[in-house]
Design a protein around this ligand. Structure first.
Ligand code: NIG
Ligand code: FE
Length: 412
């Protein structure tokens, strides 16, 4: 059955499909149609335009959107939503004065989540993770990337990736999987990081590839975690199996990870809280999408990615949640957009572009979704009655979403 949305106050088109991503000054351009209709057939957008050209109601299920807006569902290109339990205890420790680094050095942090995950059965992990996926879908997310990296053993990394695969199969939203075995050195390899990397490369990666469990490969390239040389070793091995890099870099320190990402044609480099001029320059005229994660900066009270400097230098930018138990226990893209405007001085137009078409690009999905374009998936947000799209970031912490449609079907 085809659906006709009519009397849409403003249809936020974003950009045409021919644009892979938007960058620099174009980030501030957000094409819209005031007084619009939109037709969805077989899960795809088949037509849209101004109300003068609206087709007759006869053949459609009609949704009257008077006073409301429609925009593409959010594209969240960086999450870790498959995890076990939570780290509320560490949250309280940080309130009392311990730093994220001190907690990690005391055996907390990623290793704490890894211990919990190793002790959790696959069905239990699936149940905990699907609740988070459903939660973010209701918050307007229509495509999501999910990483492994809380397993840190052969069995547990595969367990995480299999859970992601089940989510891919059981839910209508696009899910992309990233192998992040090099997230932290597990306690069993404390003094043998190279041995752990060999385990990942020689034992885990071949299984990941054989079972087709990941599309991307990630490394936490950071002081105290994995060096640039470690990163290059993993990316090189991943490439052999056809895995494209999407990496964690420049979160706490700038050590040359961006340059390594660009060298290996990373689809994205993510975090970027600490950026030197040479890091910004390295990203110019490349196909690598910089991704900012403002909820992580908010939660850990660390610097925000200097996106103003980056966009003004002509770079593109995507926004994502980083939803994970340690540094960003929130999958709310609406909050991300507000925080990007309030704390990083992005305009609403830039933030919406960054959270839709550029996020889609950072998952290799820019031809399938991320804008209102004929032939793309009808993953849509229908807002409550609002006066302008700028109200979405402005009214931070409030919810402007009335309903969410994935492949044209309202999720309930
Ligand atoms: O993206 N920075 C590395 N990894 C995650 C957080 C890891 C954790 O604390 O569990 C991140 O922030
Ligand atoms: Fe992350």
């Amino acid at each position: 059955m085809a659906t006709l949305f009519k009397n849409i106050k403003e249809l936020i088109q974003v950009h045409e499909a021919s644009i892979a991503f938007v960058s620099g000054k174009d980030m501030n351009v957000l094409p819209t149609i005031k007084g619009a209709f939109l037709v969805v057939e077989d899960g795809l957008i088949t037509d849209f335009g101004t109300m003068e050209n609206c087709p007759s109601n006869d053949f459609y299920e009609v949704i009257d959107a008077t006073g409301k807006m429609i925009l593409p569902a959010w594209c969240d290109s960086h999450t870790h939503i498959v995890y076990a339990g939570n780290r509320e205890g560490e949250f309280v420790d940080r309130i009392k004065g311990l730093s994220y680094e001190e907690i990690a050095n005391n055996g907390g942090g990623i290793l704490n989540s890894a211990k919990k995950l190793q002790e959790t059965s696959e069905p239990d992990l699936y149940d905990q993770s699907k609740a988070r996926l459903e939660e973010v879908m209701h918050l307007g997310t229509g495509a999501v990337e999910i990483k492994s990296g809380y397993g840190l053993t052969l069995e547990s990394e595969l367990k995480m990736l299999r859970v992601i695969k089940c989510l891919q199969e059981n839910y209508p939203i696009e899910v992309k999987a990233t192998f992040l075995g090099a997230h932290a050195v597990p306690a069993t390899y404390k003094n043998d990081k190279s041995g752990y990397l060999s385990l990942l490369i020689d034992k885990v990666l071949p299984k990941v590839a054989k079972e087709n469990l990941a599309q991307y490969i990630d490394v936490f390239c950071e002081t105290g975690y994995f060096t640039v040389a470690d990163t290059e070793r993993i990316l090189k091995a991943g490439k052999k199996y056809g895995l494209t890099p999407k990496i964690h870099v420049n979160q706490f320190t700038a050590i040359g990870g961006i340059q390594a990402g660009v060298k290996f044609n990373a689809l994205s480099v993510d975090h970027l809280e600490i950026m030197r001029d040479e890091d910004i320059n390295a990203l110019k005229n490349t196909t690598t999408m910089p991704v900012a994660l403002p909820s992580c900066s908010y939660f850990l009270s660390i610097p925000y990615t200097p996106v103003r400097q980056m966009i003004d230098a002509g770079l593109p930018l995507a926004l994502a949640t980083d939803y994970n138990p340690g540094s960003a226990p929130s999958g709310n893209m609406n909050f991300v957009i507000s925080t990007a405007c309030i704390k990083m001085k992005m305009t609403p137009e830039e933030a919406i572009n960054a959270a839709t078409i550029n996020g889609a690009y950072a998952m290799g999905l820019e031809n399938k979704l991320g804008s209102i374009t004929k032939g793309k998936q009808a993953n849509l947000i229908l807002t409550k009655p609002i006066n302008s799209y700028g109200f979405i970031p402005y009214a931070f912490g409030n919810n402007q979403i009335e309903s969410v449609f994935i492949k044209g079907k309202e999720i309930i």
